[in-house]
Write a protein of this length. Structure first.
Length: 293
């Protein structure tokens, strides 16, 4: 079909194509965050979790990350999703009485301010986690009654929707900790973690089967809100405040993260991956963790 085209046109096309392939065409940047409620890092390492093991062994990780000193779900999830500690966001319990969303909103809010076309989804088992979402922050909010339904919804979203950012919360590991103890010596607690590993695997298979997956640049972040001991949590002790952090993606620096990592880093790292400027006026406590600098 090029037979009658002038040579200079063909040469120009060749140069343009060669340049594009040489420098690479930037793929669409997307983020999947999976929070496994109440999952102690030592128990995660003790359980049989082939999918999570694959992620941290081929990604960036810390098993000594820190959660909020008020190690309850409300304060800790809010710290993860706002990028600031409880002293700023003001969520002090699971009641979410007076959060300061004007100054320290959900990171979806930051995304919508800077890149309103990005599609943000939040899918959780524990419904109160959505209380810090303001009108317009999320394009879809879903609360399920169990982790199987959460996983099914996430698979549907990843398979069928043009999603850019999705936050997922699995809750049943925390339930197992409350019923059977948060311990590496609790078989039922470890089994709950292993079920979550399989659910994470289902989500990632759905992600990899997306029609445009090869043209997408996914950052996967997996963490937890808190640990636990003696069938509970909420104290400022290492068993409750030590958590894990896993980052996987094309722009991740593989290996153990040497600097201190915290749950407030999750939102900040997600924003950085999406090429959203981290403004000083936001007074974020988190920092970018696990990405190639």
């Amino acid at each position: 079909m090029f037979r009658n085209k002038p040579a200079w046109i063909l040469a120009s096309v060749f140069i343009l194509l060669t340049t594009a392939f040489s420098f690479g065409i930037e793929n669409k940047k997307k983020v999947l965050i999976i929070g496994i409620d109440g999952c102690r890092p030592d128990a995660l390492l003790a359980a049989k979790t082939p999918k999570l093991d694959e992620l941290w062994q081929n990604g960036a990780y810390s098993f000594m990350a820190k959660s909020d000193i008020i190690s309850s779900s409300g304060p800790c999830w809010t710290s993860m999703l706002t990028g600031v500690w409880h002293l700023k966001h003001k969520v002090l319990s699971n009641d979410y009485l007076n959060p300061d969303l004007e100054h320290y909103p959900h990171f979806f809010h930051r995304i919508k301010e800077e890149k309103p076309a990005l599609q943000c989804y939040s899918v959780a088992n524990w419904g109160p986690i959505h209380k810090i979402l303001q009108e317009g922050d999320a394009d879809h909010i879903s609360s399920a009654t169990n982790d199987v339904k959460v996983t099914k919804k996430v698979v549907e979203v990843l398979t069928e929707e043009e999603v850019d950012v999705i936050f997922v919360q699995l809750d049943e590991v925390d339930g197992a900790g409350h019923r059977h103890d948060y311990s590496v010596n609790s078989p039922k607690y470890l089994k709950a973690i292993e079920r979550s590993d399989k659910q994470v695997g289902q989500m990632l298979r759905a992600l990899e089967q997306r029609p445009d997956y090869l043209q997408e640049d996914w950052l996967i972040l997996i963490s937890t809100d808190h640990g636990g001991s003696d069938f509970g949590h909420g104290k400022n002790i290492p068993e409750h405040t030590t958590v894990f952090y896993i980052a996987q993606g094309k722009n991740v620096a593989r290996g153990e993260i040497e600097k201190e990592v915290a749950v407030v880093d999750v939102a900040v790292t997600a924003l950085k991956h999406l090429n959203i400027e981290l403004r000083d006026s936001w007074y974020l406590d988190g920092q970018v963790a696990g990405l190639i600098e």
